[in-house]
Design a protein around this ligand. Sequence first.
Ligand code: OOG
Ligand code: MG
Length: 259
Amino acid sequence: MIDYRSFADYLMKAEKQKQAVSCITDQHSHFDLSMGYKVQQELVNLKVESGHQVTAYKMGLTSPAKMKQMNVSEPIYGYIFDYMNVPDKGKIKIEDFIHPKVEAEVAFILGEDIEGPDITGEQVLQKTEWVIPALEIIDSRYKDFRFRLPDVIADNTSASRIVLGNQRFRPYDVPIDLIGVSLTINGEARASGESSAVLGNPANSVAMLASMLYAEGKKKLKKGSVILTGGITEAVLLEKEDRVAARYDHMGEVSFDVR
Ligand code: OOG
Ligand code: MG
């Protein structure tokens, strides 16, 4: 028997103490995807009990660049909490992390509820109020950023911080599946890609999230929900004094500094 709550506690402590731990699958070879989501739910419960609030959903491993980098093959989801929000042009401190990496994404804010098993990307776009360029800072709680899919699901998909851009756009005012993005650190190009890499269109990532939540009997995506659709580019390791910026076609720039 696996004690989901004690593994959630194990991962929460690793995050608090900024100390990487070993994978759950190394201790329990039968630990599977659904068990991963059970630990994730307990981790969410622990954070809520300690006074934090969920502020966004995130999809992960939705692009070939990310799947290849992490050596996994299936999209997954997790939650962003209030304490994870960093303002555009803001700062993070390297001491607050284990081995942070940054990746460029597109975020959606819904203008209407979305619920159901067979949601399409087109339906998502019709129900989206805003699309926003975003950076995600991921920080796996596992040693060397190495894990199997059930482990990273349990670890709330490596969620650590997000930076939403100051500018927002109407979904039909930008070619949302044709947004080129270039990620630079201290002015040097480190990763680049196009939004079509995310399941053909980042709207499909939101549709997939709605279907996954529906299949698990979980809450629907409510009007006002914020969803990060997954890294377009591979993730890049951060170091102290890094000045990180992502430039998006048609959508401006998002940036932050590492201190
Ligand atoms: C898992 C999180 C993946 C994304 O956008 O693909 C993710 C990881 O790579 O550690 O956030
Ligand atoms: Mg991500």
